[in-house]
Design a protein around this ligand. Structure first.
Ligand code: ATP
Ligand code: FE
Length: 364
């Protein structure tokens, strides 16, 4: 099967063509980084208008690059939710209308399920995760620790009670005025942390950061960025480069440390219930952070020294929002003939736990 997929749940306008034999024929992502910098975050109306402007061109490019016509695709998939209501309407309207016009089957996809299943599209065939596995989704919109027991059955072990880890990275990057021309603020912060003297250099101060929700399966990131804010306020924003480096590194360590803490709690809960987990899938924009990758590896080795838990990272460009993952997540339903009516509505609020019952279908 060959599927055209559309995604516009947040700030990227995406269209892709993927096949049931795991080929990505095209993957177009038009980002709105310029607007994000101008408005200091996603502005729903600005994002909506950008999606409206960009979606036709994204679809045209995705089909052209895949060297296929709309008449030749076997189905059309789109992000049904969760996301910003107006933004979701753009990929929803485009997909419904295209599917109806050319009389093709339609499938609406859960955005977070698509993130969690990405490794089945991207990992080598002999290194696919096996169910049950744990997933950490760490992005601008989410901080989630999930247990996946089938492609459609997910349990949320921990979620953020306030802001997401990606948001905290973005805010701290801005507070520290780290230039991020063109790249994600979080990525700029990571790069800044690797600049200057090595970690452990005595001249680089370590700033005390809170460890919120200790012992509980829940994330909280507001305290971290407000600690940085207060630190800077107390010094009227005047800090030297070494102190700035110390703040950035201390924040990054605490942000990732919280993921380690909750991962350990989640693994212990699974072990207590006799659930043997062999893989940890880490996805979302923050998953491209190298410090995070090193720390999670070390954390798994310490927590599970005898039974190795494999760490799985989709390639960075498929860790962030894209339509290839949407097409892939829809594939089982297309193959089973389990498709949606053209009148299907978007679901801006949609818990991953509500997916269960859609049927146990094949993956990989
Ligand atoms: P969602 O997919 O949950 O709706 P989103 O589209 O905002 O949210 P992504 O595009 O997956 O999320 O990720 C963007 C976030 O990842 C931003 O907050 C960005 O700063 C952060 N990020 C990207 N690269 C890095 C990095 N190397 N280190 C830390 N954070 C990073
Ligand atoms: Fe996403």
């Amino acid at each position: 099967l060959t599927v055209l997929a559309l995604e516009s749940s947040a700030d990227d306008t995406c269209a892709a063509v993927v096949t049931s034999d795991r080929k990505i024929l095209s993957n177009v992502v038009i980002n709105q980084q310029a607007f994000l910098e101008e408005y200091g975050g996603i502005h729903p109306f600005v994002a909506l208008h950008a999606h409206q402007r960009n979606m036709p061109g994204a679809v045209q490019r995705a089909l052209r690059e895949a060297n296929i016509t709309i008449g030749e695709v076997d189905g059309i998939a789109f992000t049904r939710g969760p996301g910003i209501p107006g933004c979701l309407s753009v990929c929803g309207n485009a997909a419904r209308t295209l599917a109806a016009a050319v009389n093709k089957p339609l499938v609406g996809v859960h955005h977070m399920q698509a993130h969690a299943l990405t490794p089945f599209l991207t990992s080598p065939a002999d290194a696919l995760p096996t169910f049950p596995f744990l997933t950490l989704l760490v992005s601008g919109g989410h901080t989630l620790l999930l247990l996946a027991t089938s492609p459609t059955a997910f349990r949320i072990l921990a979620t953020s009670l306030d802001e997401s880890i990606g948001n905290a990275f973005d805010k701290v990057a801005k507070l520290l005025q780290i230039p991020y021309s063109g790249r994600a603020p979080g990525a700029a912060l990571e790069r800044f942390c690797t600049s200057g003297p090595a970690v452990g250099d005595e001249d680089i101060p370590e700033i005390h950061m809170p460890r919120p929700m200790r012992g509980r399966l829940a994330f909280s990131y507001t305290g971290l960025h407000s600690t940085v804010e207060r630190f800077l306020d107390a010094r009227r924003g005047e800090i030297d480069e070494r102190t700035k480096l110390g703040v950035a590194r201390s924040f990054q360590k605490a942000a990732v440390g919280q993921l380690e803490d909750k991962l350990v709690l989640g693994m212990r809960e699974c072990a207590q219930k006799g659930i043997r987990v062999r893989h940890l899938v880490v996805s979302g924009g923050v998953a491209s952070n190298s410090f995070l990758r090193e720390r999670l590896r070390a954390c798994l080795d310490t927590e599970s020294p005898d039974e190795r838990v494999e760490l799985v990272f989709p390639p960075p460009h498929l860790c962030t929002d894209n339509a290839a993952m949407i097409g892939w997540a829809a594939m089982d339903r297309f193959l089973a003939g389990d498709t949606d009516p053209y009148s299907i509505e978007s679901r801006p609020k949609w818990s991953l736990e509500e997916l269960e019952g859609q049927g146990e279908l094949r993956q990989g």
